[in-house]
Ligand binder design. Structure first.
Ligand SMILES: CC(C)(COP(=O)(O)OP(=O)(O)OC[C@H]1O[C@@H](n2cnc3c(N)ncnc32)[C@H](O)[C@@H]1OP(=O)(O)O)[C@@H](O)C(=O)NCCC(=O)NCCS
Length: 202
């Protein structure tokens, strides 16, 4: 399948490899080029954030239980502090990239916390989560920052639990009545693995 993935340059995405590459490119690029690249990166961020916000609003409108505390504002807050990996596919009709899914990562001392996973409705059931996580995991390992992955999920979110289990997560705890409506949270973790691959095709 013709999916690709990449890091989105969020304010919280301190991807050292990218920054080093950016720094050396910065020395060579003229100020005009740099301004143009910054403008493109900013437009890319805004486009992705707007699209993800739309998905959250849609899920709120349909009262999907997983959306819980997430609002467009909380998504924007997460965007500022977390790293964001995205999966895209090429829309042959328009020639433009189409966002399929996203995973937000919080940098914890002992683990990478997955704070939000979201796949667009039209792309669900195509293993987007598993592929994107695998690619990120390999990239973290290549950067020497491979750690356990950690997340919480509603016990009744069977689609997510299936996707996480398929991607190698195991149940490591249960928080009784953790959510406002009394639903339990499952704590799931995935141990470190060793691979090495950079951004690109999935
Ligand atoms: C959870 C989620 C990220 C899984 O991503 P995915 O890439 O679709 O995962 P998979 O392709 O592995 O499918 C996982 C399960 O989703 C279900 N599924 C399959 N097609 C689906 C579809 N079109 N719509 C909804 N769920 C579907 C199935 O139960 C599937 O498991 P199975 O193939 O063993 O039957 C995605 O369903 C999603 O974005 N859900 C809404 C947001 C959410 O719940 N996030 C997690 C909590 S923050």
């Amino acid at each position: 399948m013709d999916f690709s993935w990449r890091w989105c340059r969020t304010p919280g995405n301190h991807n050292q490899a990218s920054e080093d590459q950016q720094a050396s490119e910065d020395q060579q690029a003229s100020e005009d080029q740099q301004a143009s690249e910054d403008q493109q990166a900013s437009e890319d961020q805004q486009r992705i954030l707007a699209e993800l916000s739309g998905w959250i609003v849609e899920a709120q409108g349909d009262a999907e239980p997983w959306v819980g505390r997430w609002s467009a504002q909380q998504l924007a807050d997460e965007f500022r502090v977390a790293r964001l990996a995205i999966c895209e596919e090429l829309d042959s009709a328009t020639g433009r990239s189409r966002l399929m899914g996203a995973i937000f990562f919080r940098d914890l001392p002992e683990a990478w916390e997955i704070s939000l996973t979201i796949v667009n409705r039209r792309s669900r059931g195509r293993r987007v989560f598993e592929r994107l996580l695998q690619a990120v995991s390999q990239d973290f390992d290549a950067q020497g920052v491979g750690r356990e992955f950690w997340l919480e999920v509603r016990a009744d979110n069977t689609a997510a639990v299936r996707a996480y289990t398929r991607a190698g997560f195991m149940l490591s705890g249960r928080r009784k009545a953790y959510y406002g409506d009394g639903m339990d949270a499952l704590v799931m973790t995935r141990p470190v693995r060793n691979n090495s691959v950079g951004p690109g095709k999935l």
